[in-house]
Design a binder for this molecule. Structure first.
Ligand SMILES: NC(=O)c1ccc[n+]([C@@H]2O[C@H](COP(=O)([O-])OP(=O)(O)OC[C@H]3O[C@@H](n4cnc5c(N)ncnc54)[C@H](OP(=O)(O)O)[C@@H]3O)[C@@H](O)[C@H]2O)c1
Length: 341
């Protein structure tokens, strides 16, 4: 049976949407058919530039169109909740950029709207669809490093373009929300539990968002994690996962490339005499892998989705909020143990 490709519309002419369109272009299961902008001319220009058939003069108009099955939302972080809920109300499935929202309360509201209207809503983390991440999870599951005791994960780069939504507190910018959501999501994926407490320190920009931030994350199981993120470092993105019987070091790129190959370094054994094995896996464009997985989620069910679950996305938002609060107040912040969801 031939099933038509899932038709995706994009809300906003974001920079990242250009890479998204080009990444998913080879797919036979998903197709980007439309883009909407706050400005009709901008929408037309973007559609022409990237080769999308249709453009809309407003986000509302795109959501009202019956020939669109799902939306990709690369709007500023502060707008993710409103437009995900409006998309769900319009019966569209939602692939929303990270971080899912600006607060955990918003995240819960978004999932509630998706449940109510019978659509799928997921937070976009392309690295979660990569073989590198699947291999990492498989190794940890198989006990390759024993019981995980400590995780360090970091993502930083330099912001050079201004103005930038990432530097605007009103749009829920900041290094933590932008870059830091990745290491926090990785820690939550490996830990498989909600953190219990966080402590953080940050340096701030003139605009009032965190420029560089370091946080400690505690778990009830005894696992400890450290995450760091920055808008003021050379680009890097890596994790170290130390267990009772070994150590795994890995990158977690959205789109591994020849310059940043998808390698995992696994040392089995406790001592310096144990040898390190380097495991190389295949890689693909992260947007392609993620969006095809999203299509399988929509059409065949959750078993086909390797990305963040609703529980994980809510925990990531709880953690991001708590970390930011700790960095602002200089005090540890406890995270509620039980879900209100
Ligand atoms: N997965 C990834 O690899 C990745 C990479 C980068 C960014 N992201 C995420 O993607 C989202 C967008 O990031 P970006 O850097 O691509 O953003 P961007 O280029 O600044 O684009 C954001 C878009 O949102 C729309 N918009 C609506 N209200 C706006 C406002 N008040 N100010 C600015 N823009 C507004 C604009 O489209 P119109 O004017 O056309 O409506 C704009 O083009 C963020 O959530 C970010 O965290 C993900």
């Amino acid at each position: 049976m031939i099933t038509a490709a899932l038709r995706i519309g994009i809300l906003g002419t974001a920079n990242i949407a250009r890479a998204f369109v080009s990444g998913v272009r080879p797919s036979s299961t998903v197709t980007v058919t439309a883009v909407a902008s706050r400005d009709a001319t901008r929408a037309e220009g973007f559609a022409r530039e990237v080769g999308i058939a249709r453009s809309f003069e407003s986000y509302e108009a795109l959501l009202a169109d019956r020939e669109i099955d799902a939306v990709y939302i690369p709007l500023p972080n502060s707008m993710h909740a409103e437009w995900s809920v409006r998309a769900a109300e319009a019966g569209k499935h939602v692939l929303c950029e990270k971080p899912l929202s600006a607060t955990a309360t918003e995240a819960r509201t978004m999932f509630e709207a998706a449940r109510k209207h019978g659509v799928c809503l997921v937070e976009a983390y392309p690295y979660r669809a990569q073989q590198q991440t699947l291999k990492l999870r498989e190794l940890l599951e198989a006990g390759a490093v024993g019981r995980v005791q400590m995780i360090q994960a970091s993502f930083g780069f330099t912001i050079s373009n201004h103005p930038n939504i990432r530097l605007n507190p009103a749009l829920a910018g900041g290094a933590l929300m932008d870059a830091g959501s990745y290491p926090v999501s990785l820690v939550r994926m490996v830990a498989k539990e909600r953190p219990s407490r966080v402590t953080a320190v940050a340096h701030w920009t003139d605009t009032g968002v965190d420029r560089t931030l370091v946080a400690t994350i505690e778990f009830a199981s005894g696992l400890l994690a450290q995450v760091s993120c920055s808008f003021a470092t050379a680009v890097h993105r890596q994790a170290l996962i130390a267990g009772s019987e070994g150590v795994l070091q890995t990158t977690f790129f959205n789109h591994p490339s020849p310059a940043t190959p998808p390698l995992l370094h696994l040392r089995r054994g406790k001592g310096w005499d144990s040898t390190t094995e380097t495991i190389e896996v295949t890689a693909t464009n992260g947007f392609l892998a993620e969006t095809e997985a999203f299509e399988r989620l929509v059409r065949q069910g959750p078993v086909y989705w390797t990305g963040a679950s609703p529980e994980e996305s809510i925990d990531i938002m709880l953690t991001l909020e708590a970390i930011l609060h700790s960095a602002r107040t200089g005090k540890p912040v406890d995270i509620e143990a039980t879900a209100a969801d």
